[in-house]
Design a protein around this ligand. Structure first.
Ligand SMILES: [Cu+2]
Length: 131
């Protein structure tokens, strides 16, 4: 009894969610059209996550302060001629390395300070501000 009825109910709800999905698709298309017609307005809702770059060079992070948006990634690039550095936050850190990269996605808003633990005394510090 239940085994016969439940597939019917499932297909019924599947149709309902398909209908809802296409309504949503139309609404999204309309929203995009409106955003396109009004430059600067509501355009940010269609924005995809970006990847920003911080270069490690001359015992500094460039730029030292970087403002990003929630969901964006930051990629640190080692470009200091083999000099070993790391990227150390309060809760996570990269390996200590002389080349390569390290990427972190920032899911939460806030100001996140970091440093290189080897060169912190020389002022090798940075900050990621997530809006
Ligand atoms: Cu360093």
């Amino acid at each position: 009894m239940i085994a016969v009825r439940s597939p019917e109910r499932r297909s019924g709800s599947a149709r309902a969610s398909l209908a809802a999905a296409s309504t949503l698709a139309i609404a999204s298309a309309l929203a995009l059209a409106i955003a396109g017609a009004l430059p600067g307005a509501a355009a940010s809702t269609a924005r995809s996550a970006a990847t920003h770059t911080v270069v490690l060079k001359n015992i500094r992070f460039h730029p030292a302060t970087l403002s990003i948006r929630r969901g964006d990634r930051v990629r640190w690039l080692w470009r200091d001629g083999g000099t070993e550095h790391n990227v150390t936050f309060h809760r996570f850190h990269s390996r200590t390395q002389g080349s390569g990269s390290y990427t972190v996605r920032f899911a939460h808003a806030g100001t996140f300070s970091y440093h290189c633990s080897i060169h912190v005394a020389e002022g090798m510090r940075g900050k990621i501000v997530v809006h």
